[in-house]
Design a protein around this ligand. Structure first.
Ligand code: NAP
Length: 295
C-alpha cells in the first residue's frame, strides 16, 4: 500500500469534540442545549444500529436527545403527526427520520413535512434546492463529511477533475453540488454510464457511492488520486458473520491512489460527526445566532 489511509474515525472524533465545546457555549448563551430528535420506524437491524449511534453521539456532544422508536405498523398519518409535533417543539433543533421507511409510508411526503430549518439530514427539497443554487442550507451529512475529508487532504479542490459514482439524492447529487461549489470539474457517473473505468481514470478525486462491493478496481484509479469510498457492503465470510467492504477494492486501489478512505473507519464516522455539526448549526440559526466558526 502506498496511499495515505485517511483516518475518518479520528477526524470525526475531533469534529465531535469541537461540537461538544460549541454546544456547551450555546447552552450557556441560550439557556438550553441544542436538541436532536431521531425517529426510527420498525426493526431493521442496520437502521437500529445507526440510530443508536446517532443517539449516543448526541448525548456525548452534550445535546438534548429525543428518541422516538415506533413500531413497523405505524401509519403514515401517525408519523406525519409526530413530525408536525417535532416541528413545533421549541426544544428540538434537528429532526432525523431514519431511512428507509417501511413500504407503506411515503418517505417523500415525510421528508417534505419536516420543517426545513430543522432538516439536519438536508433532504428536504428546500435544502436540496438551496444547496444547488449556492444558498446557505443544511447539507446532507454523508457528502458533507466526504467534502470535509477531501479538503483536509487536498486543500483547494479548484480545477481538479472529480468523478462521483452514484446519483442518489442522499449522496451522489449533493456530493456533485458540493464539489461544483468548490470549483472542481465534476462528472456524475451512474448505472448507464458508458466506459466507467476510463471515466474514473481521468479523476483526481473519486467518490464511490454505489452499493456494489469492490466494484471500483485498482486499475481504474489515476496514480495519486484521492479516493473516497462511501459504500457499505456486507460480504459473506467462512465464519458466517460477514465482513464490511466498500465500493472500492481497497488493497488494489491503495497501491495506486495518493490517499484513500478505509471501510469501515472512513466516511461512516464522518456522517455522524456532520449530523452533530448540522444540529449545532440549526440550533444557532433558529436562535438568531451566527453559525459557529471553525467546524
Ligand atoms: P442508491 O440510492 O442505491 O444509489 C446507488 C447509485 O449507484 C445509483 O445512482 C446507481 O445508478 C449507481 N449504480 C448502481 N450500479 C452501478 C454501476 N454498475 N455502475 C455505476 N453506477 C451504478 O445508494 P446510496 O444511498 O447513494 O448509497 C450508496 C452506498 O453508500 C451504499 O453502499 C450505502 O450503504 C452507502 N452509504 C453509506 C453512508 C455512510 O455513512 N458511509 C451513507 C449513505 C450511504 P442509477 O441511478 O442509474 O440506478
Amino acid at each position: 500500500m502506498t496511499a495515505k489511509r485517511i483516518d475518518g474515525k479520528a477526524i470525526a472524533q475531533s469534529i465531535r469534540e469541537r461540537v461538544a465545546v460549541a454546544a456547551q457555549a450555546f447552552e450557556q448563551r441560550v439557556g438550553r442545549a441544542p436538541g436532536l430528535a431521531t425517529v426510527l420506524v420498525g426493526e431493521d437491524p442496520a437502521s437500529a444500529v445507526y440510530v443508536r449511534s446517532k443517539n449516543r453521539a448526541t448525548a456525548e456532544a452534550g445535546m438534548a436527545g429525543f428518541a422516538h422508536n415506533l413500531p413497523e405498523t405505524t401509519s403514515e398519518a401517525d408519523l406525519l403527526q409526530l413530525v408536525t409535533d417535532l416541528n413545533a417543539d421549541e426544544r428540538v433543533d434537528g429532526i432525523l427520520v431514519q431511512l428507509p421507511l417501511p413500504g407503506h409510508i411515503d418517505s417523500t411526503r415525510v421528508i417534505e413535512t419536516i420543517e426545513p430549518s430543522k432538516d439536519v439530514d438536508g433532504f428536504h427539497p428546500t435544502n436540496a434546492g438551496r444547496l444547488a443554487t449556492g444558498l446557505p442550507s443544511l447539507v446532507p451529512c454523508t457528502p458533507f463529511g466526504c467534502l470535509y475529508l477531501l479538503k483536509q487532504e487536498l486543500g483547494t479542490l479548484a480545477g481538479l477533475d472529480a468523478v462521483v459514482i452514484g446519483r442518489s439524492n442522499i449522496v451522489g447529487k449533493p456530493m456533485a453540488a458540493l464539489l461544483t461549489a468548490e470549483s472542481a470539474t465534476v462528472t456524475i457517473a451512474h448505472s448507464r454510464t458508458r466506459g466507467l473505468p476510463d471515466v474514473v481514470r481521468r479523476a483526481d478525486i473519486v467518490v464511490a457511492a454505489v452499493g456494489r462491493a469492490e466494484m471500483v478496481r485498482g486499475d481504474w484509479i489515476k496514480p495519486g488520486a484521492c479516493v473516497i469510498d462511501v459504500g457499505i457492503n456486507r460480504v459473506p465470510t467462512d465464519d458466517g458473520k460477514g465482513r464490511l467492504v466498500g465500493d472500492v477494492a481497497f488493497a488494489e486501489a491503495a497501491d495506486v491512489a495518493g490517499a484513500i478512505t478505509p471501510v469501515p473507519g472512513g466516511v461512516g464516522p464522518m456522517t455522524i460527526a456532520m449530523l452533530m455539526r448540522n444540529t449545532l448549526v440549526a440550533a444557532h440559526r433558529r436562535a438568531g445566532l451566527a453559525d459557529p466558526e471553525d467546524l
